[in-house]
Ligand binder design. Sequence first.
Ligand code: GDP
Ligand code: MN
Length: 348
Amino acid sequence: VKSEEKPAADVTTTTAPVDEGKDYVRANATFVTLARNVDIWSLVKSIRHVEDRFNRKYHYDWVFLNDDDFDDNFKEVTSSLISGNVKFGKIPKEHWGYPDWIDQEKAAEVREQMRQKQVIYGDSVSYRHMCRFESGFFFQHELMKDYKYYWRVEPDIILHCDIDYDVFKFMEQGGYDYGFTLSLYEYIETIPTLWKSVKKFIQEHPEHIAEDNLMNWISDDNGITYNKCHFWSNFEIGNLDFWRSPAYSDFFDFLDYEGGFFYERWGDAPVHSIAAALFLPKDKVHFFDDIGYWHVPFTNCPTNKEDRLRLKCSCNPFDNFIWKGYSCTPRYYDVMKMKRPSEWHEQS
Ligand code: GDP
Ligand code: MN
């Protein structure tokens, strides 16, 4: 009966061959990638990195989501590379489009202004739908519903180092809800009024603000202004239940109604980051300093030589972004009262 609710064509699944001799008990977790068919050849490289450095040992599932139908080539090629079950889903129209309260003419005018000012992706409609989807809906997709933890993977990323433990179980056992590798300052042109909306939300919903939160990481003046720090959301390992919580649901609905996904170009990175910083106690956020990661144009290369050798890292430590001036991770260390690794200074 349930299968009649959705057209069968929206979802496909391929099952990985049984890994004989191994009865490893996985966490309830999946990789998740939003992509278009044309992204396939950028994506295969990401998948190889993730499989070679991590997933060949654990065989976690992988969910692919698209606003269009995935073609056979996309399904065949990704399935051939992934050692867990692979699932393909189509995003419902309500999660990829304009809500009815958005004035589309006004949105078009904004895009034209942003085009003239050469704001990155400022003139793009699809990028805005993508950011709104990643902010409010990826965790609601029917293929994601049964999972608790996820790791977001984008096309064209690199994993520089081995990952020699189960990161999902690490999240579970450590009680973490959000994990990141890189953080930096957002372009203010994309979010000029976001903080004004956040402050309105805080006033309306003080009950959602966690006591021991990371406000001091995202604000230099106790919440009067936003310092533009955000976790870079092209990499995320997180707890889906956080995005499904009343606090985040209220927050997303509020921001969605404010209209900034279309009247500005609010990214899912600042939206997720502000939520994680305000609604979670700070010990629920984890910095994966040991996951060597690259997404154009920034690198997380583990600061300590010991780690780089042990984990067979292939990155140049001087490319490590995390101690550089445009990174917000030094501030994160300060707010968390974490001791900086001894080599940080050489890499700044
Ligand atoms: P950037 O990292 O901010 O430059 O943005 P990307 O181009 O990497 O897009 C972010 C993620 O959304 C990637 O996983 C893309 O594959 C995906 N994506 C971007 N635009 C679209 C789109 O229009 N449709 C679909 N299905 N995926 C998209
Ligand atoms: Mn990207």
